[in-house]
Design a protein around this ligand. Structure first.
Ligand code: 9G3
Length: 571
């Protein structure tokens, strides 16, 4: 491609609202242009990257045995009403009516559509298992679309759905997708971690993983162990509680302490000159309307998801002051485990304390010398706390957990029969009995992957594309197109590379060298060939954008180096 003809202009500056690197650089280098908030045009350079990412995704999905189809974006509202999700989603689900007044939604995802399709196609277990996928535009009316392609309102997703007759089959389908995702993100040049995540709103058979591309601007916290391969999202992560060296000496009987108006941990530790870790914090929740007390050490936080999962509750909220008064006989801030008649969930770090200070279940009073197991029951003890950085890894019990930021680029779910039951997608098993199909679903934010790659591969001068996804492999830069020798050598190289099937962009513009080099840095192609005054001796400069390495080589050697890089990148 000749840059003088390329439909792209580079910008000196990005608009003020562009904050993260990928948003700024993709705009400045002419890869994307915004049409409206969260809605983008992929310019030729950006489209080529998107297509390269799609190609990797398709190759790995096909290799995993998935079959590609393409579903409509316009989805009849009835499907969402049948699945019960029409009202579950608010303004994020874009709704519209057609000319006949029939209601539709612009597809944010396709569980309802694909399940209905399969329901009408699969009658017998003999047609199972099957995994279907598409690469298609999704619509989600984000309240605050931001960071360019990282969080758009119209974006490209690869969504796959697996259909099995048994849970073992689902495990196999899930594993194939999980492994394909590792290959995809590795080939895209992403540093990522697959983290155990909670099934969340989609409510499947449990067993779900998020693929997080590591980046400081990521919105999610990933808990990783530097010593082993443990990784989990913050909601799910578990640490090994470093249990207080166990009680040897006997602890005196409990004592009541007058603590007027001392309601918070911070006030209590100051009032009694103790550490937060000496406190037994008692938080009262309403779990599906039933009060429950959760005990964690004063320096820990309750992990409400873990409590919800253990109780199997649909909803868990902090109890209001009336509920707290009814359950404890005291105002909020004085709840304690002794004498409570509601269930006690005791975090293991509390159960291991030698003694602690706890609320007195009487306004303005706390209790000292409280011994877990002696003064209150610890039979319902477990992991109810959120992990903190520096705690011991729960898997290897050697590494100290670290918090890193991540961008969710993929998410795989075991759905079970949630949708097949709701929509009546069954099959006849070998005994002729009607069974519900067992599903999994697997998403990759294809357009988000483009931005995540930039977040991980850029420097102060611009983007640094991995060869596997770069819009072109080679950037030919003749220093002066007015110099007949330089122009000729460049034209010959351009022709040769094209005949070799190498993707090449030639900066044939009549611009100063400085402008050309700055633009080349910004656009970020992996290999740059500078044709300058040494062209007279048949030499050109071979430069790698990633390593910054430059060397003067004869044209023939430059071609060998490029051909090698091309083969390596399967470009
Ligand atoms: C909606 C809206 C937004 C949504 C959803 C539904 C996220 C919704 C979860 C998923 C789960 C998987 C298949 C590919 C992988 C992800 N945002 N989700 O269901 F109506 Cl407005 O999409 N779907």
């Amino acid at each position: 491609m000749r840059q003088s003809q390329l439909f792209a202009t580079t910008l000196r500056e990005a608009p003020a609202e562009a904050e993260v690197a990928s948003h700024r650089l993709l705009l400045r280098a002419g890869y994307i242009r915004q049409l409206a908030a969260g809605i983008y045009t992929y310019m030729p350079l950006g489209r080529r990257v998107l297509r390269n990412v799609e190609a990797i995704v398709r190759q790995e999905l096909e290799r995993a045995g998935a079959q590609e189809l393409l579903m409509p974006a316009l989805q009849p509202a009835e499907l969402w009403k049948d699945s019960g999700r029409y009202d579950a989603y608010g303004p994020e689900l874009i709704r519209l009516s057609d000319r006949h007044g029939r209601e539709f939604a612009l597809g944010p995802t396709h569980e309802e559509v694909i399940t209905t399709l399969v329901k009408n196609e699969i009658g017998s277990y003999r047609r199972l298992p099957v995994t279907l996928y598409q690469v298609q535009t999704k619509f989600r009316d984000e309240r605050r679309p931001r960071s360019g392609l990282l969080r758009g309102r119209e974006f490209l997703m690869k969504d796959a759905y697996s259909f099995d007759a048994t849970l073992e089959g689902l495990d196999r389908s899930y594993r194939k997708m999980y492994d394909a995702y590792h290959r995809i993100f590795e080939r895209c040049g992403l540093r990522f971690r697959a983290v155990e995540a909670d099934a969340g709103a989609i409510g499947g058979e449990g067993g779900t993983h998020e693929f997080m591309a590591l980046a400081d601007i990521g919105e999610d916290i990933v808990v990783v162990c530097p010593h082993c391969d443990y990784a989990a999202n913050l909601e799910q992560a578990a640490s090994k509680a470093e249990l207080a060296e166990h009680r040897g000496k006997s602890v005196p009987a409990i004592e009541t302490i007058h603590t007027p108006d001392v309601r918070t941990i911070e006030q209590l530790t100051r009032h009694l000159a103790i550490q937060a870790g000496d406190v037994i914090k008692t938080i009262i929740y309403s779990a599906d309307g039933n009060p429950v007390a959760v005990l964690v050490r004063g320096d820990h936080e309750v992990n409400e998801l873990k409590v919800k999962n253990l109780l199997g509750a649909n909803e868990i909220v902090l109890a209001d002051s009336e509920t707290v008064m009814k359950a404890t006989g005291a105002e909020i801030g004085f709840a304690g485990p002794i004498g409570l008649s509601i269930p006690l969930l005791v975090d293991e770090a509390v159960a291991a304390m030698e003694r602690g200070i706890a609320g007195g279940n009487e306004t303005d009073y706390h209790i000292g010398n409280v011994v877990p197991g002696r003064d209150f029951s610890v039979e319902r003890s477990g992991d109810f706390r959120s992990v903190k950085e520096g705690e011991l890894c729960s898997r290897c019990e050697e590494g100290r957990l670290q918090f890193v930021k991540g961008i969710e680029v993929g998410h795989v779910f075991k759905l079970g029969t949630k949708y097949s039951e709701a929509l009546g997608a069954g099959y006849l098993d070998a005994n002729g009995k009607e069974q519900s199909i067992i599903m999994g679903c697997y998403g990759i934010g294809v357009s988000r992957v483009v931005a995540a790659i930039v977040e991980q591969h850029h420097d102060e001068r611009g983007m640094v594309w991995p060869t596997s996804v770069a819009p072109y492999l080679v950037h030919l830069v003749p220093v002066s197109v007015k110099d007949e020798t330089q122009r000729q050598v460049a034209e010959d190289l351009y022709g040769t590379l094209q005949r070799m099937g190498i993707e090449v962009l030639m900066d044939d513009r009549d611009e100063r060298a400085g402008v050309k080099f700055k633009d080349a840095d910004l656009i970020g192609l992996p290999i740059r060939i500078v044709i300058g005054k040494d062209a007279a001796d048949g030499n050109v400069e071979y430069a790698e954008r990633h390593s910054g390495e430059k060397r003067l080589v004869p044209v023939a050697e430059a071609l060998d180096l490029i051909s090698g890089a091309n083969a390596a990148s399967l470009h």
